[in-house]
Design a protein around this ligand. Sequence first.
Ligand code: SF4
Length: 433
Amino acid sequence: MNEKRKIAFCTLGCKLNFSETSTLARKFLENDFIRVNSDQIADVYVVNTCSVTENADKKCRQLLRKLAKQAPNAIIVATGCYAQLKPEELAAVEGVDIVAGADMKGNIFEYVNSIQEKRKARIFSCEINETQSFFKAFSVGDRTRSFLKVQDGCDYNCAYCTIPMARGKSRNISIEEVCGEAQIIANSGVKEIIITGVNTGDFGKTTGETFLDLLKKLENVEGIERYRISSIEPNLLTDEIIDFVSRSTKFLPHFHIPLQSGCDKILALMRRRYTTNFFAQRINHIRKLIPGAFTGIDVIVGFPTETDEDFNLTYNFLKEIKPAFLHIFPYSDRANTVTSTMEGKISHNIKTVRANKLKNLCKTLHSEFYKLNTGKTVKVLFENARHGEMMCGFSENYIKVEIPYQKELTGKIVQIEITAIAENGNATGRLIG
Ligand code: SF4
């Protein structure tokens, strides 16, 4: 009998990449491969790359070089956004055998099997065209939560963003297909799904359906008890969607919304499709209908021409609307974007100062949100992983709760009264019932 070949996967970047890696991995595992960690010697390594910043590119190259050094005879595959955008750059990294563009992810298993010996890297079609396929994907992870990809690509062309070049036009599978995938996830015992896409709220463009219709149908999938919407553009987060979530028994009070700047002048330069006033209305509507909802907000600091006054507008806007968390990104120049040729680039030092100011603000806002929830009873889905003597899970409104490890609680949704905030920032509490 043939010995099973060892394969390791590395994923950089967003949740979409995680769901796609997970799907890729299943294909190999169904076909005589066993999965090992990437720090172990494997026969094949697949790196699902990210290209969101210059730093992300650097990390990918470093990782590929490290893997090639660790296992010089292994087949090394690079796929994902960086592979799509700059295939030659990745093919030039020593030890890389296959560079597979965005549309070619589904064929990686066949590519790997076609390689008999290591030689010059082969690039498999990285053309982005109008008729792109949809690589269906969901993650299985530790079997408590699953990321389900419902949409890919983006038609927005924000001035700084390279994603439309890497992932192509906005497209989706049908509601029926998404529900089918959700049912497969439910049958595997997973209770929570995170609905994921590049521009998730744009769902429906290619099938003539709407995102709201998708949410309504997903609510009927038996076995799934909780859904989160991973990230949604403010202009696509309609009153109807917020109203629906406020009444839903399965869609959780958790909103992740990219703001990017709290200065209208910068928002316009970014080619974003809303104003700060509109954004504030979205937040107010959420607060009115779902007072304890978690709101996480993305912000870019140091966009070209951003003055101290512009940054202060962002800072004060965030202080005013009080999100529970900030995802802070220092602006990074990406090739072939509108902003890459813009004048008025901001120095690294100023970007760091601004990012640090927002990090401090985030700490305050996050701990205020946790304090507001102290004394409340929440429903927590506990994960399988053990952290020393403790286990962790998330409440409906995304509070990370830790309690002493009890195996029987893994993968279960239980009621916890939040009693305190631990030194590491997590909430602690006692089991009810
Ligand atoms: S909405 Fe803008 S930032 Fe988001 S993926 Fe599309 S182009 Fe990029």
